[in-house]
Ligand binder design. Structure first.
Ligand SMILES: *Cc1c(COP(=O)(O)O)cnc(C)c1O
Length: 389
């Protein structure tokens, strides 16, 4: 898109635009797999697993069918038993908790830190019981949770740490890559993620040889050798064609992350210059974290979020709410909403958050258009909204 063209719309996400420079190589890779006859596993999957392990600085990476399956397989690998409790935030995507309940486990929801949207590490210890087996910190929106405290608590209480890295590939905490900090890292290749494929896919990372072996077994029907089943596993493997396409995209991951970070920096600076600080709260990157901005999520306090979103959508700007209903309020989890604590910050976030376009291919004119419209909506003369924050 040329900067001369006047911008009249900005999508929340444009995967076609981001993939465009690679189209030829992608088509060629798909054609090669089609001709090869190897459609599950094989050298393309092995190459991707090696790239991911190298990138995450872990000894092992094991492909699977989705990020949701990665979480499920991780809990199966640590042998989660019915009745076992798993600590996790309620302010996250559904799959962070469904992996627990599918195994008969009990999700114990912990409130979030209002600044980072990640699990509030100060509220973890009080939720630990003799049944607690694991904690699933989610590196939400692309920023690592407070892993220092989480690792300390986990070690002291002998519980496992399963990182939900679906939104955080490339994010670091104290210089360490997400996915290599806890016992197992679970990544998603869903198209909207920072390393998105062309369908579903996922990968797990670990430094533990026994866990890696167990995960590989469980992802393939617990079958070893062929047609002899040691455990009841899943059929959850990464398709060769997904791996081949992701291998084409992998060399660009760093560049795309830098573009997301530049877009985030643009918004942060422009919001300050436009004097929007009194009307919205921009997201905060912690000093010990490299944020990879899967989402750029602002807060609009004062009950005006939905009106702002509607006006943005009327201006043809994609803006979405992640997540409108926290997990402890989902009807399918009503039996687990035991109110051991009230999740004040989780519920507040659900009412205030709004995610803006941040994808790598955005151009400056589009970013300016988003800021201009936000300024008009929030503090323009035609705006009926009150100054609240
Ligand atoms: C996307 C996502 C998942 C699930 O990944 P899928 O590949 O879609 O199954 C899990 N957790 C979080 C936080 C996610 O954003």
């Amino acid at each position: 898109m040329s900067g001369n063209n006047e911008v009249t719309s900005v999508p929340l996400l444009d995967v076609v635009r981001d993939n465009q420079p690679l189209n030829e190589a992608l088509v060629e890779a798909a054609a090669r797999v089609i001709r090869s006859g190897q459609y599950v596993g094989g050298p393309d999957v092995q190459a991707l697993e090696q790239s991911v392990a190298g990138f995450c600085e872990t000894r092992y990476a094991i492909g699977c069918a989705s990020g949701s399956d990665a979480l499920l397989l991780a809990l199966m690998a640590i042998d989660l038993q019915p009745g076992d409790e798993v600590l996790l935030p309620s302010f996250t995507f559904f799959a962070t908790a469904s992996c627990v309940t599918r195994l008969g486990g009990v999700p114990v929801f912990v409130d979030i830190d209002p600044l980072t949207f990640n699990i509030d590490v100060a509220q973890i210890e009080s939720q630990i019981t003799s049944r607690t087996r694991a904690i699933i910190p989610v590196h939400l929106f692309g920023q690592c949770a407070g892993m220092g405290d989480i690792l300390d608590i986990a070690t002291m209480n002998s519980i496992r740490v399963i990182e939900d890295c679906a939104q955080s590939i490339g994010a670091t905490w104290c210089g360490r890559q997400s996915g290599g900090i806890g016992d197992i890292g679970c990544f998603s290749f869903y198209p909207t993620k920072n390393f998105g494929g062309f369908g579903d896919g996922g990968v797990m990372t670990t430094n533990d040889a026994d866990l890696a072996d167990r995960i590989r077994l469980l992802a393939n029907h617990g079958m070893r050798p062929r047609y002899y089943h040691q455990a009841v596993g899943l059929n959850s493997r990464l398709d060769s064609i997904q791996a081949a396409l992701l291998n084409v995209k992998f060399p660009k991951l760093g560049e795309w992350t830098v573009a997301r970070q530049a877009n985030a920096a643009f918004y942060q600076k422009a919001f300050t210059e436009a004097g929007l600080g009194g009307f919205l709260k921009a997201p905060v990157a912690e000093p010990e974290c490299a944020h990879v901005w899967n989402q750029f999520t602002i807060r609009i306090p004062g009950g005006q979020r939905d009106a702002v979103r509607q006006k943005l959508n009327e201006a043809r700007i994609g803006a979405e709410i992640y997540y409108p209903v926290p997990l402890h309020k989902q009807s399918c989890f009503s039996e687990f909403n035991t109110n051991r604590t009230t999740l004040v910050e989780t519920e507040r976030a659900s009412n205030e958050v709004l995610s803006l376009p941040i994808f790598p291919g955005l151009n400056t004119a589009e970013l300016e258009y988003v800021v201009d419209r936000l300024q008009m909506i929030l503090c323009g003369r035609e705006s009926s909204l009150r100054r609240v924050a």
